[in-house]
Design a protein around this ligand. Structure first.
Ligand SMILES: C=C(O[C@@H]1C=C(C(=O)O)C=C[C@H]1O)C(=O)O
Length: 465
């Protein structure tokens, strides 16, 4: 073994004993073992290699870092979300959890899917499947003051206990090595040269005009147009530094880092597509945007202006109504406050309405996602016309941008965030994405400026890399 024997000997003994005591399971069972690991307190997050997933909600002191996988499933096409739901249901039905210390930490699967069900995920997304669910082999977690590791294996492990305990300890040692180094802040901001963008400014303005002409003709009420920008740094971007930058620049957002072979998707998103806790469901209607200002008085004036702006309020209302209507078939007591409030981010403020309800028996998180996605905040309305419009104008192949990603635990609770304010990082290059909701009376130059502000969220993070 390459890892320090003494350091891991107690853990290895404990894992081996726990595995040996595990009940005999059916062949497709998952077995998870959770042990405390206080050392995680002093570690620094870094993406965990190919297939590694990092999810964090700093505002609730929740951090999860998954490496390797004990189970993995990919799908695409119109049935991708029901297929994911069914697969997760199968995993959950035979998922044993040994948690001898009763830690407040549960085993989790990570899930994610692209914006469009038929997107082949080409170009910069070529290493990403259209939709996936996976259970990490190692899951390092912090939940408040509780720090621990969950190991998961796909087969009945009693007979292989010694071997499995050895291999888990070796994997853990490898992973911890990468997390011990604090991310040294860059001495000065990394200069980022824009090397490509799509569409260009003129084309964007023309696309907005074309969408508005179709709105005037009554074919469409709202459509979300997006842009992508590629930037080049003088050196490889340092992922641990980027994760540290997410933490101090966007502490109120959900952070995601999902690594495939050579590419990492990084996001600091403010929008939750669906949160399921027991039978309680929550979904964010987030649409309507204005900048923030360093001066407090100017900042609140901007917020008041957004709250009073009829165009933004109407655009926001479309999202609230669509989210409430989407929840209807699966939920009872669907309710939303009568008026939005402001969600204040680092450089933007949005109109925000949380829509809540209670899930009826038998449905799951991905059933909810299947009804909610894409909301008019990222697609448009009416949905079929907006999706057809985006397809006809070459805008539906967005990869995972405006798709969703998150987790589900073995009890079926879970959370999916809309993949926004994101970048695909590959070596010294990154591709960024941003969009804006277009309605009949949108000002096209103003919407272009809004996408620039949304790009800033990640450009600032990348400049720390
Ligand atoms: C599409 C994006 O953001 C979405 C569009 C918004 C809007 O049009 O006001 C606001 C929040 C998001 O739902 C993006 O950030 O790329």
């Amino acid at each position: 073994m390459t890892f320090p024997e003494n350091r891991y000997a107690p853990l290895r003994r404990r894992l081996q004993a726990l595995l040996a005591s595990a009940p005999i399971e059916p062949p497709d069972a998952l077995l998870s073992v959770t042990v405390p690991w206080p050392e995680l307190r002093d570690l620094h997050p870094a993406p965990a290699g190919d297939g590694g997933v990092y999810w964090a909600r700093p505002a609730r002191s929740q951090y999860r870092l998954g490496a390797g996988h004990a189970a993995r499933f990919t799908a695409e096409g119109s049935q991708r979300l029901p297929l994911l739901e069914r697969t997760l249901g199968r995993w959950r039905s035979h998922w044993r959890h040994l948690n001898p210390d009763g830690l407040a930490l549960a085993p989790h699967a990570f899930l994610a899917f692209a914006f469009a069900a038929d997107d082949p995920c080409g170009g910069p997304w070529s290493e990403f499947p259209n939709a996936m669910a996976q259970v990490p082999e190692l899951l390092l977690q912090r939940n408040g003051d509780t720090y621990g590791i969950t190991f998961t294996t796909p087969w009945p492990a009693a007979s292989a206990a010694a071997q499995l305990a050895d291999s888990w300890c070796a994997r853990l040692d490898d992973l911890l090595r990468t997390l011990r180094e604090p991310a040294q802040p860059a001495a000065c901001p990394t200069p980022l040269a824009r090397t490509a963008w799509e569409p260009g400014d003129g084309e964007w303005l023309a696309r907005v005009a074309a969408a508005q002409a179709d709105m005037a003709a009554g074919q469409l009420e709202k459509v979300v147009l997006s842009r992508r920008v590629r930037v080049q740094a003088p050196h490889d971007l340092q992922l641990p530094r980027l994760l540290a930058a997410l933490a101090y620049r966007h502490p109120c957002c959900t952070h995601l880092a999902i690594s495939m072979a050579t590419t990492t998707l990084l996001a600091a998103t403010p929008e939750r597509l669906a949160v399921l806790t027991g039978s309680e469901v929550e979904s964010d209607a987030l649409a309507g945007t204005i900048p923030r200002a360093p001066d407090e008085r100017v900042d609140s004036e901007l917020g008041e202006r957004l709250l009073a702006d009829p165009k933004s309020r109407a655009e926001h209302r479309l999202v609230v109504e669509a989210v409430a209507a989407a929840l209807g078939p699966l939920c009872e007591d669907v309710a939303a406050p009568a008026a939005p409030v402001l969600a204040k981010l680092r450089s933007l403020q949005h109109l925000w309405t949380p829509v809540r309800g209670h899930l009826r028996n038998g449905a799951g998180l991905l059933d909810l996602a299947g009804l909610l996605h894409p909301t008019p905040a990222v697609g448009g309305t009416p949905r079929p016309a907006a999706m057809a419009w985006l397809r006809d104008h070459g805008e539906s192949e967005r990869g995972w941008y405006t798709g969703a990603a998150g987790w589900m635990d073995a009890a079926g609770d879970g959370e999916l965030s809309v993949i926004l304010r994101c970048a695909l990082v590959q070596g010294a290059r990154a591709e960024l994405f941003a969009g804006a909701g277009i309605v009949a009376d949108s000002d096209s130059a103003g919407e272009l400026e809004e996408t620039e502000l949304k790009l800033q969220a990640m450009l600032e993070v990348l400049a720390d890399g």
